[in-house]
Design a protein around this ligand. Structure first.
Ligand code: 13P
Ligand code: SF4
Length: 336
């Protein structure tokens, strides 16, 4: 690799989001990444929505709660975060002494983008008697304005930890918020945000699929819209969905979440069939375009050159850490 190519790539990082450097096509990326892990005492944390090759090189694969817990306790010097920006940012907030690198800075999240801090601050000011419960899929700016953070695996117990008459704002996911309202009997005020991937499923196509596969169970992530959730046999976080397929006796599942999770479901359940829930058009829109910006090449490059790196303003980090710490405390007490 010549140095001018590296210089140009690092100067362009802000516009490209990743190090655009040509790699020798014969390079065995799997063993090169393993070598870098040892050399740099690095750990690769990956979300279930990452492409299968990335999941296969990861040291830990998990849902948002599991990833935050791993990031908090890791003793590695460098955290390579194969997920989206808010996840890597959460890792940095929790463990600032570590270098946190992300394969592609532009791996964002439509849900997080639907809640800009300046607008949310005004909304919050209009409801001074409410506490703010925010889904982890939000920026550090939103976390800093929140009383507690939740993930899809602990939202219910955290909301239930507040007195019944406590007024609550839930942000940014209106679908998860509506689901938690339903199961807890609360009436939280919902921010009008949603995930582009989980809103794309077609109720009509899923219903037809269920008729064609009468034995199949529909399992869904709570970011899906209410009509889909109403039909689901099981609703849970990505880890919850995976565990369900391992304990349930059915042989066939229609999976209403991002397709990346199927890799672990297939691996963990030989002989079972997993059908991705169809979107309401003919493209592969149930692939998250943000999660899928990461590639094995970009993982290798961010490890080798230790960039792009997540850096944060210390004042913002401390404000954002408080509600995440609260979430981790409640989760630990609940054995999650
Ligand atoms: P979990 O893996 O925590 O269920 O979250 C899903 C998701 O959409 C992450 O962006
Ligand atoms: Fe965001 Fe949805 Fe992608 Fe998750 S799947 S990162 S919520 S856009």
């Amino acid at each position: 690799m010549n140095t001018s190519q590296i210089d140009i790539a690092s100067r362009n990082l802000e516009s490209t989001g990743y190090l655009d450097i040509d790699l020798d096509p014969t390079l065995d990326l799997f063993s090169a990444i393993e070598k870098l892990k040892k050399q740099k005492n690095a750990v690769v944390l990956a979300h279930y929505y990452q492409e299968p090759d990335i999941q296969d090189v990861a040291d830990y694969i998990g849902d948002s709660l599991g990833l935050a817990q791993q990031a908090q306790k890791t003793e590695a010097d460098m955290i390579v975060f194969a997920g989206v920006h808010f996840m890597a940012e959460t890792a940095k907030i929790l463990n600032p002494a570590k270098k946190v690198v992300i394969p592609d800075l532009k791996a964002g999240c439509s849900l997080s983008d639907s809640c800009p801090p300046e607008l949310f601050k005004k909304f919050k000011e209009q409801h001074p008697d409410h506490v703010v419960v925010s889904y982890i899929n939000c920026s550090a700016g939103i976390k800093a304005l929140s009383d507690v953070i939740v993930t899809s695996s602990n939202a219910r117990i955290i909301v239930e930890s507040f007195p019944k008459d406590q007024k609550i704002i839930f942000a940014p996911d209106k679908n998860l918020g509506a689901y938690i309202n339903k199961v807890t009997g609360r009436n939280m005020l919902l921010w009008n945000g949603a995930c582009m991937v989980h809103e794309i499923f077609s109720l009509e196509k899923i219903s037809k699929l269920m008729v064609r596969h009468p034995e199949a169970k529909l399992i869904a992530h709570p970011e899906c819209e209410e009509p889909i959730l109403r039909m689901a046999h099981y609703i849970g976080s990505t880890t919850g969905l995976l565990k369900y397929t391992q304990t349930d006796s059915s042989k066939e599942y229609i999976v209403a979440t991002e397709t990346g999770i199927l890799h672990q479901m297939i691996k963990a359940n030989p002989g079972k069939t997993f059908i991705p829930a169809p979107p309401n058009n003919s493209c592969a829109c149930n692939d998250c375009p943000h999660m899928k910006r990461n590639t094995l090449e970009k993982i290798y490059l961010c490890m080798e050159y230790e960039m792009p790196e997540i850096l944060m303003d210390e004042e913002l980090r401390l404000l954002a850490k408080k509600p995440i710490d609260k979430m981790l405390e409640i989760s630990a007490t609940a054995g999650l």
